[in-house]
Design a protein around this ligand. Structure first.
Ligand code: URA
Length: 255
């Protein structure tokens, strides 16, 4: 911009303004310094990365063990299981399926897990497989409501797994202390394991078609693995072996 000032005049003018205290060059557009200052943008801070607070580690198996040990009766055990919050299956289940039959029975049957009917009724083995189980045992004069030869029935898992899937090893491990306590409180003479899941839980082995009919010992008791009645419904030819297993159980009970 042409000012008409000589170099010396312009320099002198500038020095005079500096002497007066001017600290900024005059801008193209005027600035009203009396206006409220615009909000200063917040200085961008380097984001502080929050150190995650470590959630205390929980061990569901240990919690189950302690809860089960504190139960001194079957009612207390059932209440302890109902209060156990670490098994996800509980969230999807309608009912806790604890047991059915006579707790003083000499024979305790351990199944896998409730299905749809058991979930609705809150009792083990009440669906089609359960009807077959009742028919099988009534052939050797045993039954859950049989006064002379009663049965006591439970499952490894007290809650129905979604879509009747097999319980996971973690789910089984966390419910195992409850099953062990259940057996200890009921004090049966003999355990019958119905299918692979209770064999895995109690014997640590699977392969029911090989294990069935062979007596072994676990948790201080004689144990008889048998094919699950649901399997017998699908494979009726296997009923012949199931009959042999029932006779073997009867003979053992007659001692
Ligand atoms: N199958 C099982 O193993 N348990 C039940 O209670 C019902 C079906």
């Amino acid at each position: 911009m042409e000012s008409g000032l000589s170099y010396a005049q312009a320099k002198a003018l500038l020095e005079w303004q500096i002497d007066l205290g001017a600290t900024e060059a005059i801008a193209e557009t005027p600035v009203n310094r009396y206006e409220a200052p615009a909000k200063q943008p917040k200085p961008t801070k380097t984001p502080v990365v929050a150190t995650p607070v470590e959630a205390p580690k929980i061990d569901p198996v240990q919690i189950a063990r302690e809860a089960a040990q504190q139960a001194n009766s079957l009612d207390e055990l059932k209440a302890a299981m109902a209060a156990f919050e670490h098994c996800e299956l509980k969230r999807g289940a309608r009912n806790l399926v604890f047991s059915d039959g006579d707790p003083s029975a000499r024979v305790m049957i351990v199944g896998e897990a409730p299905g749809r009917d058991e979930d609705i009724q809150g009792k083990p083995f009440v669906g089609r497989a359960g009807q077959l189980l009742d028919a099988m045992f009534s052939a050797i004069k045993h039954g859950r409501a049989e006064a002379e030869h009663p049965l006591y029935i439970t499952n490894v898992m007290p809650w129905r797994p979604p879509n009747n899937r097999e319980p996971s090893p973690e789910e089984m491990a966390m419910m195992m202390p409850f099953l062990e306590r259940h057996i200890a409180l009921a004090e049966p003479e003999i355990l019958v394991l119905m299918g692979n899941v209770p064999c895995q839980a109690v014997l640590g082995r699977k392969g029911i078609t090989k294990l069935r009919g062979t007596w072994s010992e676990a948790l201080g008791l004689p144990v008889l693995p048998m094919c699950h009645p649901a399997y017998l419904l699908r494979q009726p030819l296997a009923k012949r072996e199931a009959w042999a297993d029932l006779l073997s159980l009867q003979a053992r009970l007659r001692g």
